[in-house]
Structure formats: C-alpha cells, structure tokens
Write a protein of this length. Structure first.
Length: 122
C-alpha cells in the first residue's frame, strides 16, 4: 500500500500528506521473493545492488535480531546535505528483517517511487 503518513515538510515545518503512488506502483509485491532482496530465497544470495547495513544506534525490539538491506538505483546516492532530512532517490528499496531464536518473524519492505520526501510505498 502506498505510504500515506503525515509528516512535516523539511523546509516549511508545515504538515504534508503523501500522494498515492502511480498506478504502476500502487501494489506492493505480495511475496518477498518478488522484491529483489534475494536472487535465491533458499541460499539468501543478495540481489543485484543490494547492500547490508547496520545503523550506529539500533532500536531495541524485544530482543529480536534484525538484519537490514538497502538498494539504490545505479549511479545514485542518498542526499545527506541536511543530516536531519535525508533524500533518497526514486527507486530506492529498503528491507528490515526481525528474527527470534533463528526464526524469521517479519520482513518489512519499503520502496521510494517519487521525488517528494513522502513518496514511499510499504
């Protein structure tokens, strides 16, 4: 489902609401295997351009283990000129997996589809 969370525009502080994703992107893949995270689900070989990352300060999640990945479109980068408001290029994909005792409980997926800060579907 497209992101519709309210937020604050970085430059004005005024509330903003995301516009719906274009029809071609309005449906989040129903299967993790269709998101591009892994080339092969069994071996968990990462898809092309997918990189694992770890934040410096991870939030605690009831003792769950977490893995995170990001894929930026080729030739792009994250605009961090304002360290409080990063700008991700359209086509960015982000995944976060929660596991407990070796069993995967949940994998979250987000995809950036537009140039506005709120143009995410998840």
């Amino acid at each position: 489902m497209p992101a519709r969370d309210a937020g604050r525009a970085a430059d004005s502080g005024k509330p903003v609401v995301a516009e719906p994703a274009p029809a071609s992107l309005s449906k989040t893949p129903e299967l993790l295997s269709k998101t591009g995270l892994f080339v092969d689900m069994e071996s968990q070989e990462l898809g092309a351009g997918v990189e694992a990352y770890q934040p410096k300060y991870a939030l605690w999640s009831d003792g769950a283990d977490k893995r995170r990945w990001v894929r930026l479109p080729p030739g792009t980068s994250i605009d961090t000129s304002d360290m409080d408001y990063w700008k991700f290029p359209p086509g960015t994909k982000i995944w976060k997996e929660f596991a407990k005792d070796g069993k995967v409980l949940e994998t979250r997926y987000m995809a950036k589809y537009g140039t506005d800060g709120m143009d995410w579907m998840y």
